[in-house]
Design a protein. Structure first.
Length: 351
């Protein structure tokens, strides 16, 4: 039986980038294949466990190579153009690393390329419009996952959402929030990070402080997410409407993208635009939320999006009041059924 291909692939025509990457590879005792352009890289594109793509070649890669693919890292000596970070969404890169500053991260990533992919299941919950209910569903999924997994963590990547700790009644809990992690530049120890996070009814939570004066960069968020996905378990991300570039960090790593759509005409139209941007990264799972003031049905939504509707969130008039006070997410039998289905679609289908 043929052995799997194990050499990472570097795609660059820049001698400086090549020298910087190969120096780190030599220190990590990793043999790297090098291609000077995306055309030459095509033969190894799908086989390499890790692909390092020069930022200057990102646009060519989007035209000529099948995307997304796991284990894709964008590398550069300097990144002056903020638009480069937006390519995280375009190409599905898990990280953008500047060299030589990012050499320690790259050294660690070479090691992981030989050990296999991260262990955690990453689930990103996004909303077609504001107020779709992504925070409620993300929290419910994270709590539900703790019943079946060794650990679960809830990550808030919607800086305009007001903070998940407020919704969960955990604003008084001590622990590191994004403000405290804003200055991170190197590899983050996952054990130390998890111990530092505040708890919401026992669930590790990473969110925004209401009084925050500092916000993390995309690079800092990437380092933190890298740490959270290493141990086995579930990482559930509230991505809001995915308008913030930092949400792309989790989107590039996720195994499941859950899109919540209120059953209103404008929300469905907004979902169509959202899916045009993100559906190439991972097949979306569509969840709808009532009520439907105009009489839309799940079949109408499925037809408009050309995608099946996986679940309909239970409508609870009391929920806005409960979230105003702060507390645990809904745990009714109908909510638990939806969470089980989204956490393990294969088990639901078998049942």
């Amino acid at each position: 039986m043929p052995q799997p291909y194990t050499r990472p692939l570097l795609i660059t025509a820049d001698n400086g980038v090549q020298e910087a990457v190969l120096a780190v590879a030599a220190e990590a005792q990793v043999d790297v294949a090098v291609a000077a352009d995306v055309g030459a890289a095509a033969v190894l594109w799908g086989a390499a466990p890790l692909v390092l793509l020069d930022a200057a070649l990102v646009e060519a890669a989007t035209r000529l190579l099948p995307l997304p693919r796991p284990g894709l890292v964008v590398v550069a000596r300097t990144i002056d153009d903020p638009g480069t970070w937006r390519h995280l969404v375009t190409v599905g890169a898990e990280h953008v690393v500047e060299l030589p500053e990012g050499a320690p991260w790259l050294f660690e990533r070479f090691g992981r390329s030989l050990q296999g992919d991260p262990s955690a299941d990453v689930i990103v919950v996004a909303g077609a419009v504001g107020g779709a209910g992504t925070s409620t569903l993300a929290a419910a999924l994270a709590y539900a996952a703790t019943r079946d997994r060794t650990r679960s963590v809830l990550v808030d990547l919607d800086p305009a959402g007001g903070g998940l700790d407020l919704m969960l009644g955990a604003e008084g809990e001590t622990g590191a929030r994004w403000e405290e992690l804003a200055g991170i530049t190197g590899t983050v120890d996952e054990v130390v990070l998890l111990e530092a996070l505040p708890r919401a009814n026992g669930l590790p939570l990473l969110t925004w402080s209401g009084e925050s004066q500092r916000e993390p960069s995309v690079a800092a968020v990437s380092q933190v997410v890298d740490a959270l996905v290493r141990p086995p378990g579930a990482v559930v991300v509230d991505g809001g409407r995915l308008t913030d570039p930092r949400a792309a960090v989790a989107l590039a790593r996720c195994q499941r993208l859950v899109v919540v759509i209120p059953m209103r005409v404008r929300a469905v139209a907004a979902a169509q635009r959202l899916l045009q941007r993100v559906s190439r990264l991972t097949p979306p799972t569509i969840v709808v939320r009532g009520p439907a003031p105009g009489g839309l049905s799940t079949d109408d939504v499925a037809s408009a999006l050309s995608l099946p509707v996986a679940a309909e969130l239970p409508h609870d008039r009391r929920r806005p009041v409960e979230e105003e006070v702060g507390g645990a997410p809904p745990t009714s039998a109908s909510w638990q059924r939806v969470c089980r289905q989204l956490l393990d679609p294969s088990a639901d289908a078998a049942a």
